[in-house]
Design a protein around this ligand. Sequence first.
Ligand code: FMN
Length: 502
Amino acid sequence: MNHISSETLRKISHPVNVSAIGPNVESLAGYAPSLLPGQLGDRGFCREIGIRYPYLGGSMAKGISSVAMVEALGQAGMLGFFGAAGLAFAEVEAAVDRLTMAGVPCGFNLIHSPQEPDLEAALAELYILKNVQLVEASAFLSLTLPLVRYRTHGIHRAANGEIVVPNRIIAKVSREELAEKFLSPPPEKLLRQLLDEGAITAEQAELSARIPMAQEITAEADSGGHTDNRPAIALFPTIASVAGRMEQKFGYDVKLRVGLAGGVATPAAAAAAFAMGAAYIMTGSVNQACVESGTSTAVRKMLAETRQADVTMAPAADMFEMGVNVQVLKRGTMFPMRAAKLYDLYRNHDGLDGIPVAERDKLEKTLFQAKLDDIWRDTQAYFLKRDPRQVERAASDPKHRMALVFRWYLGQAAHWAKDGAPGRMMDYQVWCGPAMGAFNEWVAGSFLEMPEQRRVATVARNILFGASVLTRANMLRYQNVQLPADFTVKPFEDTEIKEYFA
Ligand SMILES: Cc1cc2nc3c(=O)[nH]c(=O)nc-3n(C[C@H](O)[C@H](O)[C@H](O)COP(=O)(O)O)c2cc1C
């Protein structure tokens, strides 16, 4: 085993060629060729998307992945997805206009909305109308008509015979069955429906049967927000093998690719993702902690103090009745406990009137801070404008009315956090995964420890730079060169590493 000199160690900390010299100066103990951040991941993917680095900022609902964040990532040669979920239509439209004006590579979230199918269709139409050519599709359980319509819009054959598909979908999945669906051509039944509606021509339907719904899928492991809590190192190889099978089965003209999200917020995690063959990495939790995110200063401060065990699962507002959970912060807020209490009451009672008086009093004093009847009045007014069918159903179904009232609390809790509502800290719903704790541990003692220093592109560059260095350190390890057990790469100011991103 060869011990490495401190001089070599210093050199290894930058991704240029380095030879580790053995105890005898003439002997070469190991060699680690240069590896710059721009060489990580899938080069073809970066080229096609128009970015320089295989780093994607995932969509974060309610504009938490904000216009400013997407713009900053785009300017840095990376890609951000605007967090369209949960926003009013006009807000998404304004974000599309602003980012189009900015002229940077960017994408938008197209989220499946089982409760509001009209909204999903309207968003897909907006993206088509505004010529948005890249969306992140998420929360889909199967492929829907609006999604297929988006993907196949404008498909044609070029003069050289190549199939040109203007609209690209990067789909986020955590299950094999869903990966299969996205990596397959659009379902025939939906293509026929589009043909019947006159949305596509017969030639377009025929071409559409030869392309995958998504050329890229992001395997989403244990993450902030909606998650199946799968470990990244278990999930990624499985999803990658689905991609291999689908490529063989359909013999597409294009290469299928798989990226990795969930748990990535450190150089070591990024290096591991690329070592497994990830075409790109996608981050989320750590970006919410950055200054450009659309959340509040109060939440950014909470996130800066988060450790890995400070997250837990809690009922989700959008799929509350189905018992779906999301991963949230538990430190500094009572939201997870309170939301779980509501789900418990929902399961055990047929309507608000069935809740014992003492329990109802407690809810009105603590969680709702208002009479439940008043909350129902507000909720009703909201749904009368947005989706009157909900109000109709609630009139004859007291359990549905209870669900809508409880979902009011879950929905507001996310707003209170995002707005930094001072009297509501105990109710903040902050979506967050264990990656946040990993990041905080990594940057402890560096300038990135301070929330106000966390700029999304600086964080991204450090994760990529560190991944290059750690990958090279491993090359030396495989050659029997011994590195210190705690060998790591601490964060650098942008000016210190800019030459590696030139
Ligand atoms: C605050 C927050 C909001 C999120 N909202 C969405 C969303 O609206 N749509 C979506 O596809 N993913 C959403 N995600 C998931 C991220 O896009 C990303 O896939 C995930 O956070 C990556 O895992 P990580 O949290 O471990 O970094 C959200 C994540 C967070 C932390």
